[in-house]
Write a protein that binds this ligand. Structure first.
Ligand code: ZN
Length: 188
């Protein structure tokens, strides 16, 4: 799926989590958390040569080559349970090592937001043609629905760009309009 669709799914997923665990973060932390959700949603596809982060940043191609070498190619390491666990542990280590203890609560909220966005990504990709190698390095991809292939989403297709995004807009609108106060509370 494209980055935009992934971000829409991630924001809906984050809001859905927020409905179960309503929190009040204050305006600054709330904005950082929403940003973290969106960055998290794009991170699993950084193993793609077309990842916009690499195309747009200086020296991006070199960083991309290194990243690909480590991650074993597109949709492998970054889309697997093992990859998610390693990335989460790495970020936790970075927080515990480089951040002052009094800021741990805020840092872990941002980490949680990032991981919600991140995990929503391979879940959404499971519905696409290629599926997701959740158990990588075991070479098997979970694809839902299992068949026929026509029922799954092709990245960049009419189905994704209009039907899937249209449905996400409707779901997002319904969720927000029926639980607007939960969102307002997040910024208080
Ligand atoms: Zn992906």
């Amino acid at each position: 799926m494209t980055g935009t669709t992934h971000q829409m799914i991630a924001l809906i997923a984050a809001f859905w989590v927020l409905l179960s665990y309503p929190v009040s973060l204050g305006p600054v932390l709330a904005i950082i958390a929403i940003f973290a959700v969106m960055v998290g949603a794009l991170t699993p596809d950084l193993d793609q040569p077309t990842a916009s982060l690499f195309r747009r940043t200086l020296g991006g191609k070199t960083v991309h080559k290194l990243f690909s070498a480590v991650s074993g190619g597109h949709r492998h390491f970054t889309h697997s349970l093992l990859g998610i666990a390693i990335i989460a542990l790495m970020l936790r280590w970075i927080i515990l090592t480089f951040i002052q203890p009094e800021f741990y609560p805020q840092a872990f909220i941002v980490l949680a937001a990032f991981l919600i966005g991140y995990i929503s990504h391979p879940i959404a990709d499971t519905l696409t043609d290629q599926g997701v190698p959740w158990l990588w390095p075991i070479p098997w991809s979970l694809k839902l629905p299992p068949g026929p292939e026509e029922l799954r989403v092709t990245t960049g297709s009419f189905v994704e760009l209009f039907l899937v995004r249209g449905a996400l807009l409707v779901v997002g609108f319904l969720l927000l309009s029926s639980h607007w106060q939960t969102l307002v509370h997040l910024f208080k």
